[in-house]
Design a protein around this ligand. Structure first.
Ligand code: C2E
Ligand code: MG
Ligand code: MG
Length: 624
């Protein structure tokens, strides 16, 4: 007979399968394997049934169970179908004497089956299929075992449903994302995706100091093809051209179709401008062979314009415009060739790259600063803490994006020093707030990059800062992303454990964007999961938008972790993350990152009392 302890341990194991990537097959294999351990049966199998389709046996604990599953499917008769149709458990304690399923039973006895007990996989009023328990000796199952088996079947059904919903959500999100960013005719990137890639290239070039190039390709006299041969041939030609151009794209580069007959190559990390001239020539050569389209033969040529951006130069739509202008020059010269817009300047700019030197100076020159963004309890907007965010106002360039700066600091080995500075500054500022408003024991969240966490003596540095500033370790949260585990996960793990022992809490930042799967949540000694803002933005996008946030939140809760929703920008998103059950929320809706003095002013506006965000206009006015 099953023990309560055994049953609950199987149920707990199920909860943990949630922490893997929700593979449906994994859940079922696990079910049939474990059920044989805890119940007095010799085999188990699961069959999934969809109305109007043949049943599919999908899991079996061993060869014999597989045979019995197959028998039911092949014969189209057996307890499994009856349990599915009726929604009730079916018991056949003596298969040899059975009259209910004569065709199945006579075959099953020959195959060695003595008893079978079947339980519908129920969800609400519906059913997903059935769980069969097989035995090689006849006799009934005790009532308790029958009810334990039904519980397992119900739990498995709930997880299956969850897994199916996730797989569908993932597939439809993928389809949606693809169609929003790709050209429906050729499948190439569209203008929107090109713009995103340009932003990305701009960021990378800043850090890597490399060149970027745009090649703008326009077919010569394409309109004539449409006029003479019709739009169908025109479309076929565009497809064929897309195909030829795509074969010239290097890994990491982007090819987009930006309008009718205009194609754009975005090439990043260009080491020698000469490589791009070669590419431009290849593009022209790819038109040398005639196109054969639906039985029609065509000759086509193209004009190509090239524009470069050096490491210090603007990479934006302007660069595409420059390449477009160069393309027009090529066209004016008769087409079928290429024109480079600014080759000489590019070669001169090659020796730049002073940003790194500037960053070294910034730390000593008082150019670095820290902003604080509110984090609230999502239920009611109560301010519970702030996140410290690094700021650099470059004397000539203006503000430098935090991510670029952190990447630069990691590359140049300055990250440990800069990171320690941010931590000390945050602890110090929090101390000042507390001194003036003792009723505001805000949590302080500080970001830690991978290189910084792995730097020598990191936890000792942290302990030193805590001691110097009198910071309460229980109020400190260190935020890190999943990539800390790429290089040396054992070492990372031991640093995290040290930090936890000091009483510091750990948050996994930008969850969902990194390399890991949900399984990380289970392995890491973290307290908080911060769901990345891209998922929060999706909440507004159709019925499946919130599904991922809800699934991750449920899972985090099963594992005893708290959840922070990042990037909440609207009332609707705020309501939604509250309803889903994320404990905390952060985003422009509650407050943008502001200077330490502005946080102090907000606290002053609600002396002694709690502060709720977004604050009313009165409170905000008082804060100014
Ligand atoms: P993060 O830790 O995920 O910080 C949140 C980022 O999202 C901040 O960008 C913040 O300004 C932005 N944000 C907050 N709410 C919203 C919103 O509602 N909408 C939108 N669109 N954005 C929102 P920021 O300050 O540019 O920082 C970017 C990243 O740079 C941070 O992401 C963090 O990974 C890193 N970072 C910042 N400061 C430090 C630091 O001192 N050390 C380390 N290692 N990394 C830092
Ligand atoms: Mg963060
Ligand atoms: Mg984040």
């Amino acid at each position: 007979m099953v023990h309560d302890g055994e049953l609950s341990s199987v149920l707990r194991e199920f909860a943990r399968t949630l922490a893997t990537d929700f593979p449906i097959q994994g859940i079922l294999d696990h079910l049939v394997e474990r059920i044989v351990d805890v119940l007095p049966v010799t085999g188990a199998g699961v069959t999934l049934i969809t109305a109007g389709r043949a049943p599919r046996y999908v899991a079996a604990s061993d060869e014999a169970a597989l045979r019995f599953e197959r028998l039911q499917s092949e014969i189209g008769q057996g307890p499994c179908l009856t349990a599915y149709e009726s929604g009730e458990a079916v018991a056949v304690p003596d298969v040899a004497a059975d009259l209910l399923f004569p065709r199945f039973s006579s075959a099953a006895v020959l195959a060695g089956l003595a008893a079978v007990f079947t339980f519908p996989l129920r969800h609400g009023a519906g059913r997903l299929g059935a769980l069969d328990l097989y035995r090689d000796t006849p006799g009934p199952l005790e009532a308790r075992d029958m009810s334990a088996a039904q519980t397992l079947a119900d739990v498995a059904a709930a997880y299956l449903l969850n897994a199916q919903a996730r797989e569908e959500a993932r597939a439809s999100a993928g389809r949606f994302r693809h169609s929003a960013l790709h050209d429906p005719l050729t499948g190439l990137a569209n203008r929107r995706l090109l713009t995103q890639r340009l932003d990305h290239a701009a960021h990378r070039a800043l850090v890597s100091g490399s060149n970027t190039a745009i090649l703008f390709v326009d077919l010569d006299r394409f309109q004539q093809v449409n006029d003479t041969h019709g739009h169908q041939i025109g479309d076929e030609l565009l497809l064929a051209v897309a195909h030829r151009l795509a074969s010239l794209v290097r890994p990491g580069d982007t090819l987009a179709r930006v309008s009718g007959d205009e194609f754009v190559f975005l090439c990043e990390d260009v080491h020698r401008p000469g490589d791009i001239e070669v590419l431009a020539r290849r593009i022209n050569e790819s038109f040398a062979t005639r196109f054969v389209l639906l039985g029609t033969e065509l000759t086509m040529t193209a004009s190509v314009g090239v524009a470069f951006a050096g490491p210090e130069e603007d990479i934006s739509h302007q660069l595409v415009v420059k390449a477009d202008m160069a393309m027009n020059q090529a066209k004016r010269r008769g087409g079928a060739g290429h024109q480079i817009s600014n080759l000489r300047e590019v070669r001169q700019a090659h020796a730049a790259g002073s940003l790194e030197t500037d960053l070294r100076g910034a730390l000593d020159g008082n150019q670095l600063d820290v902003s604080y963004q509110p984090i609230v309890r999502s239920r009611d907007g109560l301010l519970t803490g702030v996140e410290a965010l690094l700021r650099w106002h470059h004397p000539e360039r203006g503000p430098v994006a935090a991510v670029s700066m952190v990447e630069l600091a990691e590359q140049s080995g300055l990250i440990a020093e800069i990171g320690a500075w941010v931590l000390e500054r945050g602890c110090h500022d929090r101390g000042q707030w507390l001194a003036a408003h003792s009723g505001a024991p805000l949590d302080l969240a500080v970001n830690v990059s991978a290189r910084q966490l792995m730097s020598r003596g990191f936890s000792v540095t942290v302990a030193g800062v805590l001691a110097r500033t009198g910071m309460d370790p229980n109020a400190l949260i260190l935020e890190m992303t999943e990539n800390i585990f790429i290089e040396d996960s054992e070492r990372a793990m031991s640093v995290l454990i040290d930090l936890r022992e000091m009483g510091i809490r750990l948050a996994l930042d930008d969850f969902g964007t990194g390399y890991s799967s949900l399984s990380y949540l289970r392995r890491l000694p973290i307290n908080i999961v911060k769901i990345d803002q891209s998922f929060i933005a999706d909440i507004d996008q159709g019925p499946t938008g919130g599904a991922i946030v809800a699934a991750v939140t449920d899972l985090a809760h099963v594992l005893g972790l708290a959840v922070t929703a990042e990037g909440v920008e609207t009332q609707r998103q705020s309501d939604e993350v509250g309803a889903i059950g994320c404990e905390f929320a952060q985003g422009f809706f509650y407050g943008r990152p502001v200077a330490a003095a502005a946080i102090a002013a907000q606290l002053r506006a609600t002396p002694g009392g709690p502060l709720y965000l977004p604050a009313t206009h009165d409170a905000l006015a008082a804060a100014r």
